[in-house]
Design a protein around this ligand. Structure first.
Ligand SMILES: Cc1cc2nc3c(=O)[nH]c(=O)nc-3n(C[C@H](O)[C@H](O)[C@H](O)COP(=O)(O)OP(=O)(O)OC[C@H]3O[C@@H](n4cnc5c(N)ncnc54)[C@H](O)[C@@H]3O)c2cc1C
Length: 51
């Protein structure tokens, strides 16, 4: 199962501000992929915060 998310913003298409990330959301399957997905999400959040 994979939770939907926008390819560019990484936010949920139906619930803006929600960032489905990591294993539970279906975007990782191990320690490294979970960490890298977390970094991608942090960068996406930082872009929004910077305006
Ligand atoms: C026994 C075991 C051994 C493993 N060994 C390896 C290995 O050798 N190599 C490897 O690559 N991978 C391994 N894995 C897999 C790896 O641990 C996971 O893929 C990785 O931890 C997923 O990271 P995550 O951040 O997506 O999820 P998680 O690490 O599960 O983090 C999710 C976090 O969300 C929190 N949370 C949950 N619900 C809520 C809520 N409602 N509100 C607030 N917080 C909440 C949880 O407390 C948790 O801190 C192993 C897994 C297990 C169980």
């Amino acid at each position: 199962m994979r939770v939907d998310r926008d390819r560019d913003t990484l936010q949920s298409p139906t619930l803006p501000g929600l960032y489905p990330v990591g294993e539970g959301a279906g975007f990782a399957g191990g320690i490294m992929s979970a960490a890298l997905d977390g970094i991608r999400a942090a960068e996406a959040i930082a872009r929004v915060a910077a305006g």
